[in-house]
Write a protein that binds this ligand. Structure first.
Ligand code: R5P
Length: 295
């Protein structure tokens, strides 16, 4: 029997892509919030001996964790055979070392929570920096899918003569992969973050690319300070305003508006997190992976 999927966040199109392309059944559940804000989960579909897939992108993760915990526990109580989580955005990956005395390594604790709650995980381009693979911290099978082909295709279709720019060393992995796919030149800058909203980036040596369209590529856009500082630097050297591409559109507070006003041509993201800038579809990547990995 095919798995049954439950949607726990606003990834409606992803749920539709999976039901349509993989023929999975769509499950129904309700989460009731009591006046004291305790929650009560009710699974309205039969899950006994079924493989279950939960769809939940983990931006703004803290409130989502209790729902995930209670949904997974209820599914097990009702006899679900196996619970997989598809989280197009995986949170807490940037807290991958002890940055200050007295702090912990949240990436590890989050991995431990998810590994104890579900049986497998699929995600798109998690922020793998000091950890090089999810299995260094996850004890369940954890699959990483990539948006680079979809981003490369978008660039091929929309931009002539692109020059790819990564704002920091972590971005090198994505920028290099995409540049190779489209045969574009690339440069990667040095970034220094001195606070949540405070970033500086090195001067890009790109004066020889006067006739190129600069494309800034990063995995996560959160406060957008990284992108904004990079845009400022690029605009001092090249005439053509840059296109900013992010995989995960976190955009906290007024970050999106601030980036749009920073002197960009446009801002484009993948739909791992629902946002007005979404223009690159990753739902097909997940659906195709489910088809190819079906037992
Ligand atoms: C960190 O290294 C990530 O790759 C991003 O560069 C970072 O999360 C962007 O954050 P912000 O938008 O707050 O500058």
């Amino acid at each position: 029997m095919k798995p049954i999927i439950f949607l726990l966040s606003d990834q409606k199109e992803l749920a539709e892509a999976i039901t349509k392309e993989c023929g999975y059944e769509r499950g129904d559940l309700t989460i009731h919030l009591f006046p004291d804000e305790e929650i009560c989960v009710r699974i309205n579909s039969s899950v006994k001996n079924r493989r279950v897939i939960l769809l939940l992108s983990l931006d703004k993760p803290n409130d989502k964790l209790s729902s995930l915990l209670f949904v997974a526990a209820t599914l097990r109580e009702l006899g679900a055979q196996e619970i997989g989580l598809i989280a197009p955005y995986l949170a807490y990956m940037r807290q991958d070392k002890q940055f200050n005395p007295g702090e912990g390594i949240s990436a590890k604790y989050f991995a431990s929570f998810l590994s104890n709650t579900v049986d497998s995980l699929v995600t798109i381009d998690p922020h793998l920096h000091r950890f090089h693979a999810l299995n260094e911290i996850y004890t369940i099978p954890a699959t990483v899918l990539h948006a680079s082909e979809a981003i490369a295709n978008w660039i091929k279709q929309h931009v002539e003569n692109p020059l790819l720019i990564g704002p920091d060393q972590e971005s090198q992995q994505w920028v290099t992969d995409i540049a190779q796919r489209i045969g574009a030149p690339l440069t990667v800058l040095e970034k220094q973050r001195t606070g949540d909203h405070s970033v500086s980036v090195s001067i890009p040596h790109i004066a020889q690319y006067k006739n190129h369209t600069p494309i800034l590529i990063d995995d996560i856009i959160s406060t957008a300070r990284t992108m904004i500082e990079t845009v400022k630097q690029v605009n001092t050297i090249l005439k053509q305003p840059p296109i900013c591409i992010g995989v995960h559109a976190l955009f906290v507070g007024d970050a999106y508006e601030a980036l749009l006003k920073a002197g960009v041509d446009k801002v484009v993201t993948c739909n791992t997190i629902r946002h007005p800038s979404n223009a690159i579809d990753i739902n097909g990547i997940i659906a195709q992976w489910l088809i190819s990995s079906a037992p």
